[in-house]
Design a binder for this molecule. Structure first.
Ligand code: HEC
Ligand code: HEC
Length: 370
């Protein structure tokens, strides 16, 4: 995954430069810009349409749920409602914790199990998920959008004519999401050489992160890709208590090989615990989830794919125990023997991953639906 990203680095740069006249992405020097598909070049008109779609609660079965309801700019683009997982428009809770859409543009694969390859592909799924926005199907979504008089002119501006298609909806939302970039935090200034950018506890935390606590083996920091994730999938023993993985895996193998089947399975309460296996069907991926990027992590409690850890300290305690034992636990997980002070230092470190330029998104907070 990473090597593909690096290979396409020059291409990506060229595309961003070509679009720069219209839309500037705030990507710091030395950081690989997000990949932009050749068939969806960035434009200001598409970003504007995508922004409107992202905040529009009318585009749900009950008229009460937008992307922003779960991915709110007021709370680091994660769910402001403070539950372990997110409730959809009809009040039912899904099995998974809402990840942030901030910096998602940099990720090679979307979702905790990576089942969507691009932002375009991902963006059209929540509309028709019964426990999210609940529109019956994509043709119904197209009719819904086309019937709202404010949209056709925006489609004309973005795509040249007023045709509303699910493909265009995905492209517009993805374009908007590519502008949700923030890579300016105290840790960045510290790594650039400013010793005063973070406190002593956080500095000790950084030593631990890359040493005794071994966090960097999965959440390593790379200058060109500073998201603190290897973009791989690991079973670290989250939510594995009382799970019969063998029975679940058998059911997953029996399920049809189609994106819709994956989607359904991932959102089924029990099967959600299978993680990446649903996508690859490889034994090693049972209970494995994408290594979370750690940017702005202090803003997006609770933690883990099922929201099972309430605080950053609880997360560190889980690692200190070596994760929850289960037959598929990642070989890199082992008890760490951290002292209480060391645990606190790791938490202080993670607080320095919080962006300090988030007021840039203040105007988006004002677009939040009721
Ligand atoms: C009801 C809450 C809810 C709504 C509404 C919702 N999402 Fe999400 N979103 C989630 C959850 C939960 C996940 C994780 C699901 C999984 O991984 O299986 C997710 C995952 C994502 C991801 C992947 C991020 C990553 O790091 O992998 C993106 C991008 C995203 N959503 C964008 C959107 C967009 C765009 C919309 C509107 C079209 C939307 N979401 C609507 C809850 C929601
Ligand atoms: C073996 C790889 C691995 C190691 C080592 C590792 N992590 Fe993780 N981390 C992951 C994976 C995978 C997830 C998501 C797991 C899930 O939800 O099932 C995760 C999730 C997290 C989260 C939750 C993020 C969120 O948004 O929910 C935090 C915080 C975190 N890790 C911090 C750390 C710290 C601190 C260390 C070192 C003490 C560490 N990790 C070591 C792989 C790893």
């Amino acid at each position: 995954v990473r090597s593909t990203r690096l290979l396409s680095a020059f291409l990506g740069l060229a595309l961003v430069a070509a679009a720069a006249g219209e839309v500037e992405l705030p990507v710091p020097d030395g950081v690989l810009p997000p990949e932009i598909p050749a068939d969806n070049p960035l434009s200001a008109a598409k970003v504007e349409l995508g922004r409107k779609l992202y905040f529009d609660a009318r585009l749900s079965a009950k008229g009460n749920m937008a992307c922003a309801t779960c991915h709110s700019p007021a709370t680091g683009f994660a769910d402001p409602r403070g539950q372990k997982t997110s409730a959809g428009g009809d009040g039912r809770f899904g099995p998974r914790n809402t990840p942030t859409t901030l910096n998602a543009a940099f990720l090679a694969e979307q979702f905790w199990d990576g089942r969507a390859a691009t932002l375009e592909e991902q963006a059209v799924l929540p509309f028709i998920n019964p426990i999210e926005m609940g529109v019956p199907d994509h043709p119904a979504l197209e009719r819904l959008v086309a019937g709202l008089p404010d949209y056709p002119p925006l489609f004309r501006a973005a795509f040249g004519d007023e045709e509303v298609s699910v493909d265009r909806i995905g492209k517009a939302i993805a374009s908007f999401e590519r502008t949700l970039i923030s890579l300016s935090a105290p840790i960045d200034r510290f790594l650039a050489g400013d010793q005063a950018a973070i406190g002593e506890a956080a500095k000790r935390g950084w030593e631990l992160f890359n040493g005794k606590a071994r966090c960097n083996t999965c959440h390593g920091h790379v200058g060109a890709f500073p998201l603190f994730t290897d973009e791989l999938y690991h079973n670290i023993g989250v939510g594995t208590k009382d799970v019969d993985f063998e029975a679940l895996a058998k059911r997953a193998r029996e399920a049809a090989v189609s994106p819709e089947a994956f989607e359904k399975l991932a959102f089924e309460e029990a099967a959600s615990a299978l993680g990446r296996f649903v996508v690859t069907r490889e034994q090693k991926d049972i209970g494995a989830f994408k290594t979370s990027p750690l940017r702005n992590v202090a803003l997006t409690a609770p933690y883990m794919h099922d929201g099972s850890e309430a605080t950053l300290l609880a997360v560190v305690e889980l690692y200190d125990r070596g994760g929850e034992p289960n037959p598929y636990l990642d070989g890199g997980m082992r008890p760490l023997g951290l002292t209480e002070a060391e645990k606190a230092d790791l938490v202080e470190l993670m607080k320095t991953f919080t962006s300090d330029d988030l007021e840039r998104f203040q105007e988006l907070v004002e677009l939040m639906p009721e």
